[in-house]
Design a protein around this ligand. Structure first.
Ligand SMILES: Nc1ncnc2c1ncn2[C@@H]1O[C@H](COP(=O)(O)OP(=O)(O)OP(=O)(O)O)[C@@H](O)[C@H]1O
Ligand SMILES: [Mg+2]
Length: 233
């Protein structure tokens, strides 16, 4: 693990309600537990993370409200003294400009996804009425990063609301992993099962130790950022 770098992570999704805010808050706690001081920036007008923080009387890490289309310019000022910055990004289909500015800044794009192959297929081959084709959007932002002289962002899926805490061989989680791999996108081994434990909005004492969020945080901290380094692993 590189102790000196600041991890810049954006939680992204095409559609709302996939577990971005929950994941930002639990990963924040998991990073505290790992000794990596995090900051969560809430870029969603819905302000779930900021409201959670307020309701809880303050999380064990700072949560700041940052709704802006120039996050690439404003987030670096928050990096000082932090081991990781996590941005809770609003859904791309409605807020493409805010999301783009966060993704230009973030070196890693974490996509929480429910274990539904139909949903994954739709993201890449939109049904009638869907506004965003995920593959094109990701490519567009990677191209923008290249023009700005930034390395390609690492893209990784975090399965949420699965039936089991461990990957299965042939269940819905396994089918989504395979569908994402077809798109050239990795999925973390850690997966977050559907459980009331994660519906803790407003509770300061959330527990990440012993949960898959701890495993996810460890995987993310150990995961190389460049494709070359990953394939050499
Ligand atoms: N693993 C889980 N098990 C059970 N419920 C969950 C889990 N993860 C998230 N939820 C619940 O699902 C709902 C959506 O989660 P969350 O708010 O984190 O998603 P989001 O992607 O941030 O949504 P939005 O796009 O609306 O901001 C919330 O009610 C949350 O409590
Ligand atoms: Mg949210």
């Amino acid at each position: 693990m590189d102790e000196t770098r600041v991890h810049r992570w954006a939680l992204i999704s095409v559609k709302p309600g996939v577990g971005k805010s929950t994941s930002a808050m639990f990963l924040g706690q998991a990073l505290v537990d790992e000794g990596v001081p995090p900051l969560v920036a809430d870029a969603d007008r819905g302000q779930t993370c900021a409201t959670w923080d307020e309701g809880a009387g303050g999380m064990p890490y700072p949560v700041v409200s940052k709704v802006s289309r120039s996050l690439d310019k404003t987030l670096p000022a928050l990096e000082n003294g932090r081991g990781a910055l996590l941005v809770d990004v609003p859904q791309i289909e409605d807020h493409a400009a805010i999301a783009r500015s966060a993704m230009v800044w973030a070196d890693r794009w974490i996509m929480p996804i429910a274990p539904s192959v139909v949903e994954v297929t739709r993201m890449f081959r939109p049904a009638y009425g869907d506004r965003v084709k995920l593959g094109d959007y990701l490519e567009e932002v990677q191209d923008l990063r290249e023009r700005l002289g930034r390395p390609p962002a690492d893209v990784v899926v975090l399965l949420t609301r699965t039936n089991t805490s461990r990957p299965t061989k042939g269940g819905p989680d396994a089918r989504v992993r395979a569908a994402m791999a077809k798109q050239g996108i990795d999925t973390l081994d850690a997966q977050i099962r559907h459980h009331d434990h994660y519906r803790q909005c407003g509770n300061a004492r959330i527990r990440a130790i012993g949960t898959p969020y701890q495993r996810a945080a460890r995987e993310l901290l150990a995961r190389p950022y460049t494709a070359e380094a990953r394939s050499a692993q």
